[in-house]
Design a protein around this ligand. Structure first.
Ligand SMILES: NC(=O)c1ccc[n+]([C@@H]2O[C@H](COP(=O)([O-])OP(=O)(O)OC[C@H]3O[C@@H](n4cnc5c(N)ncnc54)[C@H](O)[C@@H]3O)[C@@H](O)[C@H]2O)c1
Length: 327
């Protein structure tokens, strides 16, 4: 993809971890971008940090709004591609009454956006889905034609996000071609503070122990954010739409392996306390990479050790913007 492919984009969840990296790359490739998020860089330190490079670009416009009540007709005017990354995230927080916010963000607001895309006849919609739709990986790596059996309310809501978008796209008169991307545990600079690598690096930086959930042998397929962004951009161009595609890194490791890798990278033991496992956490996630290669030409380039080293460098340079960090 090069500059002559540049088109106008709307990115929802632009102030978030993955959304802000996508915005930076779209701008670097000459796309005019509108970023929508309900976190405002004027009031939210994480949003301000994540959007600082984008806000310096004249090709970037930020809209502070909720997808569920934003003026979508105006925002979609002249847009070629909508990248929908806004979501309520996190497995642990999705149980109980909190699920209402997941219904709002991941189902109702997503539905409103899909309807608006259809009405505005937006040519392409790329939707963020999640490995959590599978539930967990058992005997072999998860393939897109496997049954979806989410283990948490979050997984159920992401299943609804992607299936809603794909159901609209499957209608014979659909104007919007759609691709859903199932991300597997994304990490790298700006990673959310509730995620494992972020918590490990913060524990090393501050000396405050992190929580290690369960026996520590749960395995995750870690994906560097710099590999995820080109996959998202390729989903804006692929001819093979109307499907969900895994986006995953090259390695699946246990939390205990990860603690060893973080020690090698930082030179320090990660302080931690063991706590009971969280309901909804699968024992393992691992992606079959075949369809991503076929549909997106996707091959992850950044190895886990290299990616952790880049995130550690960033963590040391920026520290935590949240008072007290996370434990
Ligand atoms: N980070 C991962 O490992 C991972 C894995 C699988 C799937 N995903 C998916 O990727 C997407 C991005 O994840 P992330 O880690 O960058 O999360 P993030 O929390 O950093 O970013 C999400 C952003 O969306 C915004 N948002 C949420 N609901 C909104 C609404 N109704 N209106 C406007 N803005 C809203 C939030 O304010 C936030 O800035 C999400 O859809 C998530 O479910 C992420």
């Amino acid at each position: 993809m090069n500059r002559k492919d540049a088109r106008k984009a709307l990115v929802t969840g632009a102030a978030g971890f993955i959304g802000s990296h996508l915005v930076d790359e779209l701008l670097a490739r000459g796309w005019p971008v509108t970023g929508l998020d309900r976190r405002s860089p004027e009031r939210d330190a994480v949003a301000a940090r994540n959007l600082a490079p984008a806000l310096a670009s004249p090709a970037f416009a930020f809209r502070h709004a909720d997808v569920d009540d934003a003026r979508l007709t105006d925002l979609l005017d002249g847009v070629d591609v909508v990248f929908h990354l806004a979501a309520a995230t996190g497995v642990r927080g999705s149980w109980g009454k909190a699920f209402l916010s997941y219904i709002h963000d991941n189902i109702a607001a997503t539905h409103r956006l899909i309807e608006a895309c259809e009405q505005a006849r937006i040519p392409r919609l790329v939707v963020a889905s999640s490995s959590s739709v599978y539930g967990g990986t058992t005997s072999r790596a998860s393939r897109e034609d496997d049954a979806v059996l989410p283990l948490s309310p979050y997984g159920v809501s992401k299943m609804a996000t992607e299936q809603l978008a794909l159901a609209y796209a499957a209608r014979p008169d659909a104007a919007t071609k759609t691709v859903a991307l199932r991300f597997f545990t994304v990490y790298g600079p700006r990673q959310r503070d509730d995620m494992a690598i972020s918590r490990m690096l913060d524990a090393v930086r501050t000396g405050q122990p992190m929580r290690l959930y369960g026996d520590g042998w749960q395995r995750r397929n870690f994906t560097y954010v710099g590999d995820v962004v080109p996959a998202i951009m390729q989903a804006a161009h692929t001819e093979q739409t109307g499907r969900a595609v895994n986006v995953a890194g090259p390695l699946t490791v246990s939390m205990r392996d990860l603690l060893d890798m973080v020690k090698e990278v930082t030179g320090s033991l990660v302080p931690y306390v063991e706590v009971a496992s969280r309901s909804g956490d699968p024992q393992a996630t691992e992606a079959d990479p075949g369809l991503a290669d076929a549909v997106l030409g996707y091959r992850p380039l950044v190895g886990l050790r290299e990616g952790i080293a880049r995130q550690w460098e960033w963590t040391q340079a920026t520290g935590s913007v949240l008072a007290g960090g996370v434990a």
